[in-house]
Design a protein around this ligand. Structure first.
Ligand code: SER
Length: 627
């Protein structure tokens, strides 16, 4: 089975069960600067899980591209990734536990669909606590499914040992309760499905924890029964509707479908790994190459998708995560001995592999390559400077101790002289100022037969972490509030810009897409030629004139019909429910939109178009900022 077939099978299955198929949202949540990345398919659906009506109905399914960085340090093992695709189906106040579990079982085991062996399927359920009861209902429904194929399935007992007959595992909230995605919002007990990837090891007889830790069981799917809302005070209340939110890992499911035991052996990674082999001249099968190659492949794939959705490397928030991924990958490349810049070469392979499923990669190819190249060059320069600094420190030490620190290449010795350790402070400076990870400082020093004072270094690190935690706790709060306000202002500016473009270029201009980060807006609009410099200036002038007048931004709720009659522009017709919000800025602009917006145009400051370029055939793209 190929990834393409698996995506298609999943969507076909849920189409048969009357689900509407919705597109993947970007990995950066649209117009929501409070969340860094889309970590699950439910993320963009939060308002609908909370009760808002979804225009496509109550049963939805899709394939969502996700970025999750909580497991970044696990990447390199057999199953953790920072970028992955999630197959998901949702009930918005429609079906609940019975259908969700029955369909999961049917899709996994039926010959018509995945045809996996039910004898190798193990499940977990919520064991209950003071917030919600043990999920007896799910246990019963699972037992009925297994009974259909003559498997006796009982919950594990007091000894906690999972066996062939005891394949239902009740677990605590930490394991079997999903959500909310942020601090508050929809969440609930879940039931997870695990597959035995090594049946050749004989009968299963161990604790669930060990079976997962030893990679015997691989999680493939999670059904969440979202009927609770977590409130700001930490308590849970029942929501008006009972939802289902499921997520099946595409990469992991392909692992079990193809009989492999790790995600990197699937078609998602093989072409990328071949390229890394070619660039490094090393072999993936060699033990010391495996982990670095896996990290490079995962991180640069995530980076490619992030840039395609408009993230650029920086020192804050999303940009910082991107920077960290690229730099970690470059560092692993150095370990493999890759000479020269390689990140964008890997990105080209990723684009080639994924462009059919995600056409935005091809569209943003130029930007992806440019950003990756630039970041790699910047990092390599920092590293060069750091190495110079390190050599200075080594020389100084040499003078003061009389120790002849020659490079190992000339020196021939592999042993470290423990009388020759540089101070923890010096090592920490290499870490903080030059971005050297500790293991790299250790290796570079070892090349001179030297080391550093680890305890001192750890102390410095602790001091620094405590400090930065206090700083970032404050910054995070303020930063997010600011980011929210700045997004609202940019959102209002987008409306003004669209109206201005229609005045300058003509009424054929309509919105084709919009994206807002904390710093800039991006508007794609229909127009078939490059804008002349005078036209750009004129549009800017119109927007700034509207800002100067400090006009208040008015919001009214009405039916879609009324909105259209009132002449409001509506760009994504089918995205709306029955009632829509119409934002108007005097007689300048009137648009259907979900908000949020500034209260009055005066809050916007000065508007400047920073870039006008082609987006696709007949569509131009403007990036603009508020200064
Ligand atoms: N939100 C759940 C998860 O991420 C199901 O999709 O596991």
């Amino acid at each position: 089975m190929t990834s393409k077939e698996l995506r298609q099978k999943y969507l076909d299955f849920f189409k048969e069960k009357e689900h509407a198929i919705i597109p993947s949202a970007p990995v950066v949540p649209e117009n929501d600067p409070t969340v860094l990345f889309t970590t699950a398919g439910m993320h963009p659906l939060v308002p609908f899980l909370m009760g808002e009506k979804h225009p496509k109905g109550k049963r939805l399914a899709n394939v969502q591209k996700c970025v999750r960085t909580v497991d970044i340090d696990e990447v390199g093992d057999n199953r953790h990734l920072t970028f992955f695709e999630m197959l998901g189906n949702w009930s918005l106040g429609d079906y609940f536990k019975r259908e969700a579990i029955e369909w999961s079982f049917e899709f996994i085991t039926s010959e018509k669909w995945l045809g996996l062996d039910p004898r190798r399927l193990y499940v977990t359920v919520f064991e209950g606590d003071e917030d919600a009861v043990r999920d007896e209902e799910s246990i019963r429904i699972w037992q009925e499914q297994f009974a259909k194929v003559d498997i006796k399935a009982e919950p594990v007992g007091g000894d906690k040992i999972v066996t062939y007959e005891k394949r239902i595992v009740p677990l605590k909230k930490a394991d079997n309760w999903w959500g909310p995605a942020g601090e508050t919002g929809p969440c609930g007990p879940c039931t997870e499905m695990f597959y035995d990837v090594s049946p050749e090891l004989g009968e299963i007889k161990d604790t669930f924890e060990n079976l997962v830790k030893n990679f015997r069981l691989m999680e493939i799917w999670n059904d969440v029964f979202m009927e609770f809302n977590k409130k700001a005070d930490g308590t849970f209340s029942k929501m008006a509707q009972q939802n289902v939110d499921t997520g099946m890992g595409l990469e992991r499911t392909l692992v079990v479908m193809t009989g492999k035991d790790n995600v990197f052996d699937t078609e998602f990674f093989q072409p990328i790994i071949r390229k890394i082999e070619e660039l490094s001249g090393k072999n993936y099968d060699e033990e010391e190459s495996k982990v670095p190659m896996r990290i490079i492949a995962d991180h640069l794939k995530a980076a490619t998708f992030m840039v395609a959705d408009s993230v650029v490397p920086s020192n804050v928030e999303r940009g910082y995560v991107l920077r960290r991924l690229i730099r970690r990958a470059v560092r692993q490349g150095k370990i493999l001995g890759i000479e020269g810049a390689f990140a964008s070469k890997i990105a080209e392979v990723v684009i080639g592999e994924y462009k059919d499923a995600y056409p935005e990669l091809e569209k943003e190819k130029g930007e992806i390559i440019e950003e990756l190249d630039q970041e790699e060059v910047r990092f390599r320069q920092t590293l060069e400077k750091g190495l110079k600094k390190l050599k200075e420190i080594v020389k100084k030490k040499e003078k003061s101790s009389g120790f002849a620190a020659r490079h190992r290449k000339d020196f021939g010795s592999k042993s470290i002289d423990f009388n020759n350790l540089i101070s923890g402070k010096e090592a920490f400076d290499l870490y903080q100022t030059y971005g050297f990870p500790p293991e790299m400082i250790r290796e570079e020093l070892a090349n001179f037969g030297m080391g550093y004072h680890k305890n001192e270094f750890d102390e410095e690190m602790k001091k620094h972490q405590d400090l930065s935690r206090t700083v970032s706790a404050g910054m995070f709060k303020g930063g997010l509030a600011d980011a929210g306000e700045s997004a609202a202002r940019l959102h209002t500016a987008t409306h003004l810009l669209l109206a201005a473009l229609r005045k300058v270029l003509g009424e054929h201009v309509s919105q084709k897409g919009s994206n807002i980060t904390g710093e800039r807006l991006r508007l794609d609009f229909s127009h078939d030629k490059k804008m002349a410099p005078e036209e750009i200036l004129e549009a800017e002038k119109l927007v700034n004139a509207a800002i100067e007048k400090n006009i208040s931004v008015k919001c009214e709720e009405m039916t879609l019909d009324e909105a259209q009659k009132s002449g409001a522009l509506g760009v994504f017709g089918e995205k709306y429910g029955d009632k829509v919000k119409v934002y108007s800025i005097f007689d300048f602009s009137k648009e259907i939109c979900g908000g949020p917006h500034a209260n009055a145009t005066g809050e916007l400051g000065k508007f400047r178009i920073s870039k006008e370029e082609a987006s696709s055939a007949g569509v131009r793209r403007i990036k603009a900022v508020l200064e």
